[in-house]
Design a protein around this ligand. Structure first.
Ligand SMILES: *Cc1c(COP(=O)(O)O)cnc(C)c1O
Length: 424
């Protein structure tokens, strides 16, 4: 029974929910103190009925907006039929979902999993088996190159090649088989490579690292190097993909095509965890029956939801909308930046995915995130200095304006507190 039932059954307040989570939950998160009760599209309401604009959208998992009516309807229809059977049998929704995913990504095959980390693990296994069986690297010697500052999820293999101490500390021993290079620096990648290199696993834009864009020309040069050395280029678009950057896939901005693509987050259309590895048969067919799987991966309900989610992105023009509204959001935030120099060092991003880099000598990103929440705008810091804005792709100009105005007030207030001179 919930704790609050003990105080005479009065309806629980915000502090009760926070206390119950903190008392019974593992302490692996430090949430912003907002207790969400319900949400619709780009708006969220807390237990006291206060309204917030969701400028975070669950790290892109809610790119369609909360509870998109078409996605909810597709889920409800499927819930009248069957939800989970495991992959021991065929179903009526998985095939159409995979067909749509292949059509949109341009790859021949897709392998469905649930979380992003599982799809990354799938890619690692795929790359290693390809490295051994196709490229001829001795089994157990296959090397995968990853960028410093990467974020690919939280399994023990994945955190083993993170360069973030708080993600790895105390969780070893780690697998091995990974080499590191500096994001955006092909020379450092070449120095880390060997004859055993079978893949480069990379985010097109480093999200958790602070929305770090690649230098122009890096990805085309990487593509050429991978092709020349028979190394798979594996593109982790768990966060960047499906319209977030204003194109379907972020590597389209670089004009190149990877050998394998990892999707997650928005693939579940804001309802369920759905992820996938996409690749052509020459790569994907290293998987044979019994070599890989997932009990829930590609379940009937998830496939129905994900298929509808892809159709919604396409038919509602949400990718184009992300490009348009994203350019507007970045321009508006840069206007605020000009008003509060030197509080904001940089505003950077692509599509509706923006990092606002706060000068650490002024304040922490976290403090501003909490003030934004108090003002009715949900965002999230990454590391100490970057505020991330990534609203649902369905957001309107009016809501962007409202959110930016709250941000402007918060930034001006901080600016005044610091006694910084306002520009003339
Ligand atoms: C979130 C994320 C993951 C991990 O996804 P989970 O669903 O949390 O396991 C992997 N790669 C990138 C780039 C991500 O942003």
């Amino acid at each position: 029974m919930a704790l609050w039932a003990m105080d005479g059954g009065t309806s629980p307040g915000m502090q009760d929910y926070i206390a119950t989570e903190a008392r019974f939950g593992a302490r692996n998160y430090a949430p912003v103190p907002v207790v969400v009760e319900r949400a619709l599209d780009c708006l969220v309401w807390d237990v006291q009925g206060r309204e917030y604009i969701d400028m975070m959208s669950a790290y892109s998992a809610v790119s369609h907006g909360h509870l998109h009516p078409r996605v909810v309807a597709a889920a409800q229809r499927q819930l009248q039929k069957v939800a989970v059977t495991s992959r021991a049998y065929y179903g009526t929704t998985l095939g159409p979902f995979l067909e749509k995913l292949c059509q949109l990504t341009g790859f021949e095959r897709a392998l469905p999993m649930n979380t992003g980390a599982e799809a990354v693990e799938t890619a690692i296994k795929c790359a290693r088996r390809w490295g051994h069986r196709i490229k001829g690297v001795a089994d157990g010697r296959q090397q995968i190159l990853v960028a410093r500052g990467n974020f690919h999820g939280r399994t023990s293999t994945i955190v083993g090649f993170s360069s973030e101490p708080s993600y790895r500390s105390g969780f070893g021993p780690f697998d091995g088989g990974f080499g590191h290079f500096d994001f955006g620096d092909l020379e450092s990648l070449k120095a880390a490579a060997s004859d055993s290199t079978c893949a480069v696993l990379i985010e097109p834009i480093q999200g958790e690292a602070g929305v770090i864009l690649p230098p122009p020309g890096f990805f085309p040069a990487l593509r050429a190097w991978c092709t020349e050395h028979r190394v798979l280029l594996i593109d982790d678009e768990v966060q960047a993909g499906l319209g977030r950057t204003g194109k379907w896939f972020a590597l389209e901005h670089e004009g190149i095509r990877p050998d394998a693509l990892i999707l997650g987050k928005a693939l579940g259309a804001g309802l369920l965890p759905v992820s996938a590895l996409c690749a052509d048969a020459a790569v994907m067919d290293v998987f044979t029956p019994n070599s890989h799987g997932s009990t829930f991966g590609g379940n009937a309900l998830a496939a129905a939801v994900a298929l509808e989610g892809l159709k919604v992105l396409e038919e509602e023009g949400l990718v184009e909308r992300s490009a348009e509204l994203g350019a507007y959001l970045i321009a508006r935030l840069r206007q605020v930046q000009a008003e509060v120099r030197p509080l904001i060092r940089e505003v950077r991003g692509r599509g509706l995915w923006v990092g606002v880099d706060i000068a650490p000598s002024c304040t922490s990103a976290r403090e501003l995130v909490e003030r934004l929440a108090a003002g009715g705008v949900l965002s999230k810091e990454t590391h100490e200095t970057v505020i991330r804005f990534a609203p649902p792709l369905t957001i309107s100009y009016a809501l962007v304006d409202r959110a930016v105005e709250v941000f402007r007030q918060v930034a001006m207030q901080k600016h005044r507190e610091l006694g910084l001179a306002l520009p003339a």
